[in-house]
Structures are given as structure tokens and as C-alpha cells.
Write a protein that binds this ligand. Structure first.
Ligand SMILES: [Cu+2]
Length: 234
């Protein structure tokens, strides 16, 4: 080989490598933030289990508000009020699962894109049911024996509460996303939204007990823009 083909190969590899970045990275901006509780933590009481203790246990942790030692809010959903026009973004997975395990929905909160589906599972050796009365999507009330998978497709964006009529403490939440710029917070209240062109955005955050808040954020094109979203205790 002469040096010219080698140089061409190197150039080709460079072009390929550049073109192989994921869509989510195509726009340089990002938001990297934390959702925190503002104010004193409300008293979080254990929930008494009155039936089916052989599977469910004697009591349940209150999962309607889960905080890190630093006050980070777990399982909050953060999204852009309006997505950037024409900006590429990594799509949310179109299918996800929500299990019923030891008589709680796991995970308690899931995000699914509009038109996406959830496979509801039951890992417990007893009967659960899935009951929900959404506003924009069709209602459902389905009996769920152990091992049965119930698949439900969600067409319209909204936040939906799911309960089990047999176990009053059971709560699950389905957040049907209008666009790809949604994130679910981790155990420290942490989240990240990537693939954002620089500009001004309105961020929204929702948590089942704390409600919804908004915050204006200006995103640059270099390092991720740090944001703290404080949700007042209530
Ligand atoms: Cu149940």
C-alpha cells in the first residue's frame, strides 16, 4: 500500500466516526440537574397491611415520596414544556414493563411515549388487578392472576394513576410523554436531558405528592447546564 490510500482510509474512518454519534448527542446542549424538596420533609408513615400478609408483608414503606439523605426527590418526572423545533433527540423506549411484586407496583413510576405500550406483570402468587380511570386514554379494570401479562397501549399524553382494588396501598403512575424530552429522576433526585440546541426553555417537574412546578432555564452549547428544581413540601 502506498501512503495515499492509507490517508484516504484514515479520512473515511474519521468521517464515519463523526457520523456515528447518537441522535441524542447531535445538538450540543444538555441539562443536568436535581429535583429537591424545599422545606421540611413531611412525616412519612409506614402503611399497615391488613390482608394477604403471606405475600405482602406486615407493612409497606410510604413510596409516595422517597427522598435521598440530601433531600433529592426520587421518581419525579422532568420534561420540557415545549420541545425545540426539529431538534433530534433520542427516542424514549416504546415499550416498558411495570410489575406487581410483593404487593407494590415496580417501578412505581414509568414514562412511555404517546403510542407506546406497557406490559403489566404480576410476579406475586396471588391475585391483583389493574384499575385506572384516565382522562384522555380509555379506562381499564383488569383482573391479573400470577404470571399473566396485560399489555396496554397509551395513545394520549397525560399522567395516569393505576391502582389495585384488592390492596388499597398499591399505587402506580404512568406518564405518557408528548415528546422525547422527558426524564425520570434517580435515587438522588438526579436527571439529565440531552440533545438540546442552546436556548431558553421552560422545565416542568411533577411528583405524585408534590404536584407540578416550572422553571425557566437557559441552555448553552458546551457543558451541561446545571439546574436545581425545588419542589415545595406540601
Ligand atoms: Cu393487588
Amino acid at each position: 500500500m502506498t501512503s495515499l490510500p492509507i490517508m484516504l482510509w484514515a479520512l473515511a474512518i474519521l468521517v464515519l466516526a463523526t457520523g456515528l454519534t447518537t441522535p441524542g448527542d447531535a445538538a450540543g446542549g444538555a441539562i443536568k440537574g436535581t429535583v429537591t424538596l424545599k422545606g421540611a420533609s413531611p412525616e412519612l408513615k409506614k402503611l399497615a397491611v391488613t390482608i394477604d400478609q403471606y405475600v405482602c408483608g406486615k407493612e409497606k414503606n410510604p413510596e409516595d415520596l422517597v427522598l435521598s439523605p440530601q433531600g433529592g426527590v426520587r421518581s419525579a418526572v422532568v420534561w420540557l414544556d415545549k420541545p425545540p423545533a426539529g431538534a433530534p433527540a433520542a427516542a424514549l423506549p416504546s415499550a416498558t414493563t411495570m410489575d406487581q411484586k410483593e404487593c407494590v407496583f415496580a417501578p412505581r413510576v414509568v414514562v412511555v411515549p404517546a403510542g407506546g405500550r406497557i406490559d403489566f406483570l404480576n410476579s406475586d402468587r396471588l391475585l391483583h388487578n389493574l384499575h385506572s380511570t384516565p382522562s384522555a386514554n380509555p379506562p381499564f379494570n383488569r383482573t391479573q392472576p400470577k404470571g399473566r401479562t396485560i399489555t396496554i397501549t397509551f395513545e394520549k399524553p397525560e399522567i395516569i394513576r393505576v391502582t389495585c382494588d384488592l390492596h388499597s396501598w398499591m399505587r402506580g403512575w404512568v406518564v405518557v410523554a408528548e415528546h422525547p424530552y422527558y426524564a425520570l429522576t434517580g435515587g438522588a433526585g438526579d436527571f439529565e436531558l440531552r440533545g438540546l440546541p442552546p436556548g431558553r426553555y421552560t422545565l416542568k417537574a411533577w411528583q405524585e405528592r408534590l404536584g407540578t412546578i416550572s422553571k425557566e432555564v437557559v441552555v448553552g452549547d458546551q457543558d451541561p447546564t446545571p439546574v436545581t428544581l425545588e419542589m415545595p413540601a406540601r
